[in-house]
Design a protein around this ligand. Structure first.
Ligand code: NDP
Ligand code: OXD
Length: 308
């Protein structure tokens, strides 16, 4: 049996899609798992913690999203159960669209023109070429690399930072502590696409913001826990950073009284940069289950010690 445990997601299209793609498996939706020992696979998004231990026949769990921090924080998933993270073309397309859109928004000075419109001010502002703007990616994984390549293709100067050394054509690849500082110091727009791990939580605090260029912009599409909120607000308030686009937050939904909502230099979206769509995700996960049942092993299994 395949159990869908998807908090905040309308289950109908998922159930219909998986019933079509995996007719040999019974598909059930939490909180109606049927006999617990019959659950062989589970698809998880914001699942209530502490429940998976009762599924004694569990063979593998699949993440509904690319980030697995919330799944890893659930102590009821036995250490021998593989956790498969989502690498999906629909998710990648969504992230590329979002990041390219926000980078172009800043690059083409749309915030300045919006302010001028409010003053009925008709003037042309100086416009740098993309090659004279550096976009720096913290995280050069599946999503960071796809976004970096899209922007390099538009002619931007692109750099990226990862845990291990990398080589990507047309992108300056940095790693380690010196690489982190170098990337922050040379980027006009910094895009965070790191997972939330013991090593990355709080990585974007006062020290990191101080290393960014005067007037830099910051886009966080990774995880809210990367950022020390008060330090980001302080960097914006003192004019060191010129803007922030935030899609992910320490606590989601973002509290109604959080300063991010109303800060004039902050754009907020409700964790929608990339989104899981039945059309592509059902195919991706069904192929993985079918391959596993045929003895081919599972791709993209999370390294629990590394945290992503
Ligand atoms: P990947 O696992 O493919 O890539 C993660 C990247 O982060 C890798 O380049 C990795 O380095 C780097 N990294 C991890 N830890 C460190 C560290 N300590 N120091 C330096 N670099 C580090 O993940 P994805 O690209 O698929 O996704 C990234 C994150 O984006 C997800 O974990 C999730 O949090 C977020 N996300 C947000 C969404 C949204 O809608 N806002 C949607 C989807 C994902 P290395 O290459 O060396 O391993
Ligand atoms: C995520 C996702 O991991 O939406 O945030 O896929």
């Amino acid at each position: 049996m395949f159990l869908l445990m998807l908090t905040g997601v309308e289950p109908e299209p998922w159930v219909a899609g998986f019933r079509r793609a995996l007719p040999e498996l019974e598909i059930r939706v939490w909180p109606d798992p049927g006999p617990p020992e019959a659950v062989a696979y589970a698809l998880l998004w914001l699942q209530p913690h502490g429940l998976l231990g009762r599924f004694t026949g569990l063979k593998a769990v699949f993440s509904f999203g690319a980030g697995v921090d919330r799944i890893l924080a659930d102590p009821s998933i036995r250490p021998d159960i593989p956790i498969v993270r989502l690498i999906d073309p629909g998710l990648t397309t969504g992230m590329v669209e979002y990041v390219v859109h926000r980078v172009l928004h800043y690059h083409r000075r749309i915030p300045d023109y919006e302010a001028m419109q409010r003053r009925h001010d008709w003037r042309e502002l100086e416009q740098p070429l993309p090659e004279d703007r550096t976009i720096g990616f913290l995280g050069l994984g599946v999503l960071g690399t796809a976004c970096a390549q899209a922007l390099a293709g538009l002619g931007f100067d692109v750099a990226g930072w990862s845990r291990t050394p990398k080589r990507l054509p047309g992108i300056e690849c940095l790693h380690g502590e010196t690489g982190f500082d170098a990337l922050l110091a040379r980027s006009d727009i910094v895009v965070a696409l790191l997972p939330s791990t013991a090593e990355t939580r709080g990585i974007l605090g006062a020290r990191a913001f101080a290393r960014m260029k005067q007037g830099a912009r910051f886009i966080n599409v990774g995880r809210g826990s990367l950022v020390v909120d008060d330090d980001l607000l302080a960097a914006l308030d003192r004019g060191h950073l010129a803007g922030a686009t935030l899609d992910v937050f320490q606590v989601e939904p973002l509290a109604a009284d959080h300063r991010f909502w109303s800060h004039p230099l902050v754009s907020v979206t409700p964790h929608v940069a990339a989104y899981s769509q039945p059309k592509t995700v059902v195919r991706t996960v069904s192929e993985q289950i079918r391959g596993f049942e045929a003895g081919r092993g599972l791709p993209h299994v999370v390294d629990r010690a590394r945290g992503y």
